[in-house]
Design a protein around this ligand. Structure first.
Ligand code: PHE
Length: 440
C-alpha cells in the first residue's frame, strides 16, 4: 500500500503546526517564563528557537521526508542499526510525554465544564487558586477527564492519518489565534496591565543563570515538538514536492508567535489581579478566568477559550500518539486499532500516577520532584535535547550529501546551506551538550 500523504502542502504545515502549538505554548510557556522572571528568559528562548529550533526542525522533517519512515526506521535507514536506538528512545519519550500531557489535556475539559457552570468567573486570586489546587489534587475527578482526553486522542488516531489529523487541525487553530488576540485586547487594557507587559518584555539580565538556559532549551524542544521524532513522522507523510525549509520556517514562526501572544495574554492578568507569578503549572488556568470575569459575555469567552485550548492540546496529543502507534505499525506490522487501544490504556495508567502525584501522592518525591514533574523534566530537559544532538549529527555528518541534495534541487543553491551544515555539525551538538552537562 502506498504510504499515506497529507492532502496538500498547506495541510502538512498546518498539521505540523498543530502538533507544535499546544499546551506547550499556551500553558507551559507563560508559567515557565513567569517562574524565570520574564524578559531575559523570553530573549533566551527566542534566541534558542531561531537558531537551534529552526535547524533541528528542518533536520527532522528532512529525515522523515527523505526516508518516508517513522523515527526508528528512518534512523536505521540513514544511520544503520545502532542509530535506530535513537528512534526507540524517541518513541519512549512520546509515550512518557503523552501520559502527563493527557492529564493536563483533561484539565482543559474540566475547565470548559467549570466555565459553563460559572464557578470560576471571579477575579479573586485566592478563590481561583483554591479551585485549581483542590481540583488537581482530587484523587478521582481529574482522572475522568484524563480518561476522556486520552479516549478522544485515540479516536482521532483511529480515523487515520488524513481524515483524523488534518481535518481537526485546520479551522480551529485560526479561531484560537483570533480569540487570543481578543483576550490580549482585554487583558492589556485593564488598569495596571502595563506592569505585566513590562515584566514580560523587559529583560533583566542580572537574573540570568544556568538553570534558566536549561529550562529555556527544554521549553523550546517541548513547545516545538522537537527531538523525539514527531517531526520525522510528520515529515514522512510529506509529498516530495514539499520544500521542507519553508514548512519548518512557517511552523517555527507560527508556534513562536502563539507563545509570545500567550505571554501577552497571561502576564498582564498576573499583575492586575495580584496572582503569584511563580504559581507554576496552574498559571494559565487560574489567571485567565479572572480576565473573563472582567468581560461582557465572560462565561462565553471562558467556554470558548478552554474549548480551543482543548483542541490545540488535542492536535498535539494526536501527534504524540501517532509517533507511538506508527512505530508498532511500521516495525512489527501491528494493526492500527488494537495498537492504539492498548497503548492508550498503558499511557492512561502511567498518567494516573502523574495525576495522583499532584495530590495524594505528593509526598513521594525523587530529587525533590513529584512524579508529574519527573516525567516532564526527563522528557523535555533530557531526552529531547539528546534526540536533538542525534538528529543534528545524523543529518550534519552522516547523511548530509543525500539530504542537502534535496535542499538544493528545489531552488538553485540556497545561501544558507553551508550555514545549516556547520550549525548542525558543530554548533548545535556542542550547544545542547553544554546545556545538558549543566543538567547533570
Ligand atoms: N509541542 C506540543 C505542545 O506544545 C507538545 C509535543 C511535544 C507534541 C513533542 C509532540 C511532540 O503542546
Amino acid at each position: 500500500m502506498a504510504r499515506a500523504e497529507w492532502g496538500s502542502r498547506l495541510g502538512f504545515v498546518l498539521a505540523a503546526a498543530g502538533s507544535a502549538i499546544g499546551l506547550g505554548a499556551i500553558w507551559k510557556f507563560p508559567y515557565i517564563t513567569a517562574q524565570n522572571g520574564g524578559g531575559a528568559f523570553l530573549l533566551i528562548f527566542l534566541l534558542l528557537v531561531f537558531t537551534l529550533g529552526i535547524s533541528l526542525m528542518i533536520a527532522e522533517m528532512l529525515v522523515g521526508s527523505v526516508t518516508k519512515k517513522s523515527p526508528v526506521g528512518a534512523y536505521r535507514k540513514l544511520g544503520g542499526r545502532t542509530w535506530s536506538l535513537v528512534g526507540y528512545i524517541g518513541v519512549l519519550c512520546g509515550f512518557l510525554i503523552l501520559s502527563f500531557y493527557s492529564v493536563v489535556g483533561g484539565w482543559t475539559i474540566a475547565y470548559i465544564v467549570k466555565s459553563v457552570d460559572g464557578a470560576i468567573l471571579t477575579a479573586d486570586p485566592k478563590v481561583l487558586s483554591g479551585i485549581f489546587s483542590t481540583f488537581i489534587a482530587d484523587p478521582v475527578e481529574p482522572l475522568w477527564y484524563h480518561a476522556l482526553f486520552m479516549g478522544v486522542t485515540a479516536g482521532v488516531i483511529l480515523a487515520g492519518v488524513q481524515k483524523g489529523i488534518e481535518q481537526v487541525s485546520k479551522y480551529l487553530m485560526i479561531m484560537l489565534f483570533l480569540l487570543i488576540l481578543v483576550l490580549i485586547g482585554r487583558a492589556i487594557t485593564l488598569p495596571g496591565a502595563i506592569d505585566g507587559v513590562l515584566t514580560f518584555l523587559n529583560p533583566d539580565f542580572s537574573k540570568v543563570n544556568a538553570r534558566m538556559v536549561i529550562e529555556a532549551m527544554g521549553l523550546a524542544f517541548f513547545s516545538m515538538s522537537l527531538g523525539m521524532g514527531c517531526m520525522i513522522t510528520y515529515g514522512s507523510y510529506a509529498s516530495d514536492d514539499t520544500y521542507v525549509p519553508h514548512s519548518a520556517g512557517s511552523v517555527i514562526t507560527l508556534t513562536t508567535l502563539i507563545c509570545f501572544l500567550s505571554g501577552l495574554m497571561v502576564f498582564p492578568a498576573v499583575f492586575v489581579f495580584g496572582f503569584d507569578p511563580s504559581a507554576g503549572p496552574g498559571l494559565t488556568f487560574i489567571t485567565m478566568p479572572a480576565v473573563f470575569s472582567q468581560m461582557g459575555g465572560g462565561q462565553f469567552f471562558g467556554v470558548l477559550f478552554f474549548f480551543l485550548l482543548f483542541v490545540a492540546a488535542l492536535t498535539s496529543s494526536v501527534s504524540l500518539m501517532e509517533v507511538v502507534v506508527s512505530f508498532f505499525i511500521d516495525e512489527f506490522n501491528c494493526r492500527r486499532t488494537p495498537t492504539t487501544i492498548v497503548m492508550s490504556i498503558l499511557m492512561f495508567v502511567l498518567g494516573i500516577a502523574a495525576s495522583l502525584s499532584l495530590g495524594v501522592w505528593n509526598d513521594y518525591k525523587f530529587f525533590g520532584k513529584n512524579f508529574f514533574d519527573i516525567l516532564d523534566y526527563v522528557s523535555s530537559n533530557l531526552i529531547m535535547p539528546f534526540g536533538g544532538i542525534m538528529v543534528a549529527v545524523l543529518v550534519g555528518w552522516k547523511s548530509w550529501t543525500l539530504v542537502s541534495e534535496r535542499l538544493a534541487s528545489k531552488g538553485k543553491h540556497p545561501w544558507w546551506l553551508p550555514l545549516l551544515k556547520w550549525f548542525l555539525r558543530i554548533i548545535a551538538p556542542i550547544m545542547i551538550f553544554v546545556v545538558l552537562l549543566q543538567n547533570l
